[in-house]
Design a protein around this ligand. Sequence first.
Ligand SMILES: Cc1ncc(COP(=O)(O)O)c(C=O)c1O
Length: 383
Amino acid sequence: MTGFETRAIHAGQEPDPLTGAVVPPIYQVSTYAQDGVGGLRGGYEYSRSGNPTRTALETCLAALDAPSSTTAAALAFASGLAAEDTLIRTTCAPGSHIVIPNDAYGGTYRLVARVAGPWGVEHTPASVLDPQAIAAAIIPGRTRLVWIETPTNPLLNVADIAAIAEVAHVAGALLVVDSTFASPYLQQPLELGADVVVHSTTKYLGGHSDVIGGALVVTDPQLAERLRFHQNAMGAVPGPVDCWLVLRGIKTLGVRMDRHCANARAVAAMLVDHPAVSAVLYPGLPEHPGHAAAQRQMRDFGGMVSFRLKAGEQAALEVCRRTEVFTLGESLGGVESLIEHPGRMTHASAAGSPLEVPADLVRLSVGIESIDDLIADLTKALD
Ligand SMILES: Cc1ncc(COP(=O)(O)O)c(C=O)c1O
């Protein structure tokens, strides 16, 4: 299966051998009968350790993010942050150090600073735009993870994955790429030298704002084994219904992403020309600092657009209040368009930190509705 969409629809999802069902059944079960002690019929003993619906999802995710690897493995979690937590517990110990983006997702920052921090793991923020700044932030012998997001949430900065992989590997650290904003359809960091891909499957992979989930994808079998141990030992696993919902979303990921990208391009073009807007943050714009890197490593520029208002925070809040088709809400990546104020909403946990976001910033998750309605809605809210 070489094509992305074919893998999305079929990888890990062969017709059910018992009934021929063309969609993997929801194995809503906690335990499995054994033929004598240790006599497992299908390799499953308890659904925290493994569940067939979860296996289908994990097989599919591995095939999407690392198509050329024969050793790729994916692990599904109850949320993106559960995946991140399990990754940090598996790869770090008290005394370890992590380099994080200086514009990381607020929840990632909170996890690293306020959960891993008290455990004894230190962090240093650095710009994902500058591999040299990341190299300078590394503490030799202590930095276990160089953690980047690309594109970043909410500033849409784009990291040069291959260049940063080199910097991390010279220092003996693993490169972790949170690829949530891109999804495996737009970029495949493991193919560019990354060691771990993080996804909030809540977003584009699920795609319908009806499930919370997360995933890690790796190609090193030993790292996969250690992660699988912690996945079971820490137990932050998704239930079978949630796995099934993400799998169903994945089947249409390619066609949805094409429309997200086309709509975002049109929205960004409108915002660039709008007199109330002081800056548009969207990697598809030639003047965007990450445009060249995005062109090299992404299939398209994604469905997220952020912008700043000349008139400041009150104007940003007012735009968020006024839209009708764009729903005011957190999250992203669903078929419906969302608008939010990162400073007061998704990134409130970074307030007062070096990762604080501008108060005049608005973030859009551009959905797949009719583009004319999206443009008319934003134009009305901005006027
Ligand atoms: C880039 C990014 N990473 C990780 C997460 C965390 O994912 P979840 O909300 O599924 O725990 C989010 C959530 O917004 C995100 O935007």
